[in-house]
Every structure is written in structure tokens, then in C-alpha cells.
Design a protein. Structure first.
Length: 250
């Protein structure tokens, strides 16, 4: 599963600007709104979906005041837009599979704009299910390992917490769980005092597609970046193993 590790941890090795952090907070705010609406209210003690989103918010260093404001706004009657979750699937250069999770208040506009991005920077939008079979739905927890925790102890802690698999790197550890066990594993690790870099359910590729041609790699990265920068995008998943990922993982 080494390809997963490269793909999973790459974004944690890039500095985030204030503008990027602002966009991340906006996206998490939308997730909070959906969690409050669909998960059972504004109390994280009784809303597991909201607890998971709050953990994700904290892993992304979202201030507590922002989290509380987002929850209060979502709980207010008639406040804010009505968001819908949609998933799109398509192709990048080099046969790379791409999945995009969207949260939007205007499905027609978003569908048109996502199609445009795939047509301009990739190889086109596909039908539902065209690439999702290449991925597994997993809980993914990335722990800070910059202090060099003992690998055996870390693996034992994660497996005892209910994890399926653990990959320990130089500065992070990636823990995979069954999506139904994700909340329990995350809470167990939280109680154990672990520091989270990331904690969320996501689509993980079963295999990766190595891209060695620099021009193709640049095109794939451009599509990923364009999709990620799109305002309604929540997550972008892909199965590419890009040259720059190899370099940063060494």
C-alpha cells in the first residue's frame, strides 16, 4: 500500500497559504452544515457525523470559534443555502482515474463547470461508476509522527483501537479503517492523546497509476489543482503516482 501513503500524505508536505486555509475552512463549514442537517442536530454528543467533521476541522487547525459559528449558523432556521452532495467521476491524462466530491447549492451550474474543467484540463467527465470501482471507501487518519514515535508501539496502538492497516513514515503515520469503524478508531486514538494531521472518510485507490512522463504528470497535476481550487469542491481523489510525489516521499 506504499502508493496510498504517497498519495495520502503529499498535501501535508505543502505549505498552505492563508487564502488556501480560508477555502478549507469554507469547505469544512459546508460539511458542518450537512452534518447538522443530516446527522441529527447541532449537539456533537449525539451527532456522530458532526463529531467526525469537528475532528477534521481541528486536524486542519480551524479555530474553535469558527467551528462554533458554523454549527450555530447551520442550526439556525432558514439560514444559509441548502447544499446538496454530488460525486463526479472522470479521467485525466495517462489513464488516471479522478473522483470529485462536490457540495453545491446550484447543481446545474456546478455540473456544467465541472464538465468544462474535465474537458479543458483532462480527458473528460465519465458516467457514474466509470472509475469508482478502482477505489475503496476507507477511513483515513494521518497522525503526526515528527517526534519519531516507536513504530511497534504506534502500530499496536492503532490496531488495538480497531484499525485495519497502519503505515508508519518518517514524519507521519497513516491509519486505514473500515468506514463503519472510523469514528470509533478516531475517538480511541484521540483519547490516547494522538495528534491528528487528518481524519476523514475518503476514497483510496486499490492500485496506483505510475506517471513517469513529465508532460503527462504536469497535465494530471493541473487538472487535480483546477478541480481542487473550484469553490464547490470538497475532495479530489485520484490514482496517479506522480514523479513529484516520489521525490517528496524520499
Amino acid at each position: 500500500m506504499s502508493g496510498h501513503n504517497k498519495w495520502t500524505t503529499i498535501k501535508h508536505k505543502k505549505e498552505k497559504t492563508d487564502a488556501q486555509k480560508g477555502k478549507i475552512f469554507t469547505k469544512i463549514g459546508r460539511e458542518i452544515a450537512i452534518a447538522v442537517r443530516e446527522g441529527g442536530g447541532a449537539d456533537p454528543a449525539t451527532n456522530g457525523k458532526l463529531r467526525d467533521v469537528i475532528a477534521k476541522a481541528k486536524a486542519n487547525n480551524m479555530p474553535n470559534d469558527n467551528i462554533k459559528r458554523s454549527i450555530a449558523k447551520a442550526a439556525g432556521e432558514g439560514s444559509g443555502a441548502s447544499y446538496k452532495e454530488i460525486t463526479y467521476e472522470g479521467y485525466a491524462d495517462g489513464g488516471v482515474a479522478v473522483i470529485v466530491d462536490i457540495v453545491t447549492d446550484n447543481q446545474n451550474r456546478t455540473a456544467s463547470e465541472i464538465r468544462h474543467l474535465f474537458d479543458k484540463f483532462g480527458k473528460g467527465l465519465g458516467a457514474t461508476g466509470c472509475v469508482s470501482w478502482k477505489f475503496e471507501h476507507k477511513g483515513v487518519i494521518v497522525l503526526d509522527n515528527s517526534k519519531g514515535l516507536d513504530e511497534d508501539e504506534l502500530m499496536m496502538l492503532a490496531l488495538d483501537a480497531g484499525a485495519d492497516d497502519v503505515e508508519v513514515g518518517e514524519d507521519s503515520a497513516v491509519i486505514y479503517t473500515d468506514p463503519t469503524a472510523f469514528s470509533e478508531v478516531r475517538e480511541n486514538l484521540e483519547k490516547a492523546g494522538c495528534t491528528f494531521l487528518e481524519a476523514e472518510r475518503r476514497m483510496v485507490p486499490t492500485t496506483t497509476t505510475p506517471i513517469t512522463d513529465p508532460e503527462v504528470a504536469a497535465k494530471v497535476q493541473r487538472l487535480i489543482d483546477e478541480l481542487d481550487d473550484y469553490d464547490d469542491t470538497q475532495n479530489v481523489y485520484h490514482d496517479a503516482e506522480l514523479p513529484e510525489e516520489e521525490e517528496q516521499d524520499d
